[in-house]
Structures are given as structure tokens and as C-alpha cells.
Design a protein around this ligand. Sequence first.
Ligand code: PLP
Length: 227
Amino acid sequence: MIDPQTVMANLAELREAIARAVEDNERASTDVALIAVSKTMPAEAIRPALEAGQRLFGENYVQEAKAKWPALREAFPDVELHLIGPLQSNKAREAVELFDVIHTLDRTSLAASLAKEIQRSGRHPRLLVQVNTGEEPQKGGVAPGAVDAFLAECRETHGLAVSGLMCIPPAEDPPSAHFGLLAAIARRHALPVLSMGMSADYPAAIQMGATHVRVGSAIFGARQMRG
Ligand SMILES: *Cc1c(COP(=O)(O)O)cnc(C)c1O
């Protein structure tokens, strides 16, 4: 496992790099938030980031987050937890209970399940619609051409307030065109949140208007394959 000193050093370096990208693009430092992606990382790897003041964390799997975060949250109650992985409708209840922001709203059935659980629980996680900017069949997300109708449906049929958009560009493409497309759709709908940019491409995302970058391996090191 990665040692605590390395996590702290990586995080400090990343914060500096983000600050440089923010400055280079004449944006305000408060415009860009860092989500530390801690999927597959044990609590001992996450604690040094918490101790260094990091408060926004991203997880991909509901069950894993449920196992790790209640204890960490007791020690750090102001943590903000982001679900950035695909969400099955039958996990909507747990997701609404656990997460503050859900980045992966991408289909009608999930909108219906989330609306039901939000009403039942009285909890209101912020919601982002994932857009499949590369139209990759294996990836989640709404096709760019279907976003307008999907946003209208979320609002009108399900009473859901959507705060912004999220994308994961195809690994083989230069990411900027995808970030630009996501930013244009968000602008058209006056959506304030843009979740885009990972370890390999967060400077480009900041340049294109990201408000949230999701960075994992640059902080916590390479992940083991998930078995
Ligand atoms: C894993 C993951 C990240 C972080 O990726 P890194 O390359 O490790 O920074 C960001 N966003 C999503 C949706 C992810 O699944």
C-alpha cells in the first residue's frame, strides 16, 4: 500500500499544479474543486489526505463506499462524498443515503428511482447528468444529442433538479474537444457544475471550464485491478 507521506506529497503537488492551471487560464481558485478519487483505496490510504485537509472524495461503487466511509465520516464530518461510478437503480436508496453528489444520472429508470428515494428520505444529493461525449457503446452516459430531452424529462416528469454535467472522454482521443462539447451543452442549459478531468488530463479540463476535477492515481498511486 502507498505510504502516508507519499499521499501527502502527491496531494500537495497536485494542488500546486491545479493552482497553476487555474492561474494560467485566468480563473478564480474558488472555481475549481478537487475530488480525490479513493476507489479501491483502503481507509489507511485515505486518512492522510483527510489530515491534509482534503474534503471532497469520489467513489465508484456503492458497496465499497458504504463499507469505508461511515467510520471516516465520524472522524471528519464535513466530508463531501461523490458517486462517480455507474449506479444501478436498485442501489438508488443506498446512494441517496450515502452520497452528497451523484455524477452518473444517465437514464430514465434511474431518474425515477432517484426521485422516489429523494422524496422518501428527504435527502437531496446534487445530481449531475453523465454525457457519453464519445458515444462509446460500453460507456454509460446520455448521447450528446439526447441531453436536452433527458434534462427536460428529469425536470418535468421526475421533478429532479440537475446541477451540471459529467463526462469521461474516450481514452484514445485528445480530451479537449470532449470537454469543450460538455461545456457547450452546460452553457446552453445554464448548468453551473462541470465534472471533467482526471489524472491524465485535468489541466485541459480546467482550461475548458471544469468546476470539479476527479483525480485518483496522481494522489493515491496506481490501482490494483479489481478482481
Ligand atoms: C477512476 C476514475 C477517476 C480517477 O481516475 P485517475 O486516472 O486515477 O485520476 C475519475 N473519474 C472516474 C469516473 C473514474 O472512474
